[in-house]
Write a protein that binds this ligand. Structure first.
Ligand SMILES: Nc1nc2c(c(=O)[nH]1)N[C@H]1C(S)=C(S)[C@@H](COP(=O)(O)OP(=O)(O)OC[C@H]3O[C@@H](n4cnc5c(N)ncnc54)[C@H](O)[C@@H]3O)O[C@H]1N2
Ligand code: MOO
Length: 423
């Protein structure tokens, strides 16, 4: 048996950051930005109106108020997106909409509510021949100036952050259709077992609901990867081999569950062990002892790390948190194996609110819930049965994984236990 650290080191030695790509904005969401981004445009790109109303010459309306209206001849209509603009000469105005370019000659806007015209849309909003103005508007009023937000060349996004929705808006507005990022790893999820039926389907004799797929697909997505559902196969080597071959080109990593221990039908081991690229090993962890890991080769030469996790659902969850999660973060450029804090889990100190038993010789990761206590953070097993790799129904209640050193026979009430926070 190897230690948790030894297996994690082997896994991390087999993964590397995905190459930087310029991805379309929506695909870049959630990715690590690898270069500063500068504005390629003025924002706004041109002087435009901040109001629906009339573009005027400020001097023409300087004396206008409710009791002393000024009449102007209307020389044109400027909707947003207009390319041809009328000249606004003295004594004239052009109807203008919010976001439309200011026409030459005009230096202010009077909102439609301060005229004799009806606010649109609808009947009675045809373009008038003249407009009666009831308010003055000094030069510059209600005009958004070209470049007042940013000018070309200004840094608008800094390298090293995760691209969020606001970053996408800024990138788009400053002239970018793509961003330089480390892509989120596409992770193919494939589970195995003759006993499995889809969630919600009626059970035949010996059958159980398939639950590892939804668990892993969700964990990959929550982590910021892109889950690629490959479904589940029976304990049939040809079917598994076919599914892996068909999908290898479309993923950056693969996760399988089940079929890795000592059973006569352990199909994952049967298919992958002879390839020599995947090693199967026993790790001193509970749950999650039987583990496979290796790197398959895509046709384009890229390595595709494959994580072969045990089938028991709690083992899947723990294995993902302890081995897969740091590896995927390295692939996404979010962690560096040479910086231990970036790949090691964050642990918080807690005390056991109840005792539980531990497995001999293996480090235990037991799902726990927090007890409300003002002075001390206390945890107890999420299941009254304590630790069990099959206790999937209590997994939803878990708020953390208490980590108990290998060699501990039992945790007693009041013992200090570090707790790993989990999604
Ligand atoms: N003789 C030995 N038997 C076992 C050993 C051992 O060392 N010697 N190790 C045990 C440990 S520890 C684990 S963990 C399991 C791992 O077994 P496999 O990875 O081969 O997984 P399976 O046998 O396929 O399944 C185990 C268990 O999980 C259920 N399962 C599987 N897939 C799913 C799924 N997609 N959704 C829900 N549940 C699933 C399956 O029905 C089994 O109950 O081996 C022990 N045995
Ligand atoms: O190592 Mo297994 O995951 O305990 O049941």
């Amino acid at each position: 048996m190897i230690t948790v650290e030894e297996h994690r080191a082997a896994v991390l030695a087999g993964v590397e950051p995905l190459p930087v790509r310029h991805l379309p904005l929506t695909d870049a969401l959630g990715c690590l930005l690898t270069e500063d981004v500068t504005a390629a445009l003025h924002v706004p790109p041109f002087d435009n109106s901040a109001m629906d109303g009339y573009a005027v010459r400020a001097d023409d309306v300087a004396t206008a108020d409710e009791d002393a209206a000024v009449d102007l001849r209307v020389v044109g209509d400027i909707p947003a997106g207009a390319a041809e603009l009328p000249d606004v000469l003295p004594g004239t105005a052009a109807r203008i909409m919010t976001g439309a370019p200011m026409p030459p000659g005009a230096d202010a806007v009077v909102p439609v509510e301060r005229t004799d015209q009806q606010a649109g849309p609808g009947e009675g909003t045809e373009l008038p021949e003249t407009v009666r103005i009831f308010a003055s508007s000094p030069a510059g009023r209600h005009i958004r100036r070209a470049g007042e937000d940013v000018a070309p060349g200004a840094v608008v996004l800094r390298a090293g952050g995760l691209v969020g929705p606001r970053d996408l808006a800024t990138a788009a507005a400053t002239g970018h259709g793509t961003l330089p990022v480390r892509p989120r790893p596409r992770v193919g999820v494939l589970t195995t077992g003759d006993e499995l039926v889809p969630p919600g389907a009626p059970l035949g004799p010996g059958q159980i609901p398939e639950s590892n797929n939804v668990l892993l697909l969700g964990l990959v997505d929550v982590l910021g990867g892109r889950a690629v559902p490959l479904g589940f196969v029976g304990d049939d080597p040809a079917e598994l081999r076919g599914l892996l071959e068909d999908n290898l080109g479309a993923v950056d990593a693969l996760i399988t569950t089940g079929g890795v221990s000592a059973g006569a039908y352990d199909v994952v081991k049967q298919v992958l062990a002879p390839l020599g690229d995947v090693s199967f090993t026993s790790v001193a962890i509970q749950p999650g002892k039987p583990q496979g890991f290796g790197v398959l080769r895509r046709d384009d030469g890229a390595g595709v790390p494959i994580f072969c996790l045990p089938g028991n659902p709690v083992s899947v969850f723990v294995s993902f948190q302890v081995f897969v999660e740091p590896a995927l973060r390295v692939m996404a450029g979010l962690a560096d194996p040479d910086v231990p804090q970036s790949v090691e889990p964050v642990l918080i100190e807690a005390r056991a609110a109840a005792g539980w038993r531990c497995p001999p010789g293996r480090r235990q990761y037991i799902p726990v819930v927090f007890d409300e206590d003002d002075e001390t953070t206390r945890v107890r097993p999420a299941s009254p049965r304590g630790s069990g790799s099959h206790l999937v129904a209590s997994l939803a209640a878990a708020e953390g994984l208490a980590v108990v050193a290998a060699g501990t026979e039992a945790v007693a009430e009041g013992d200090a236990v570090p707790v790993m926070m989990v999604p």
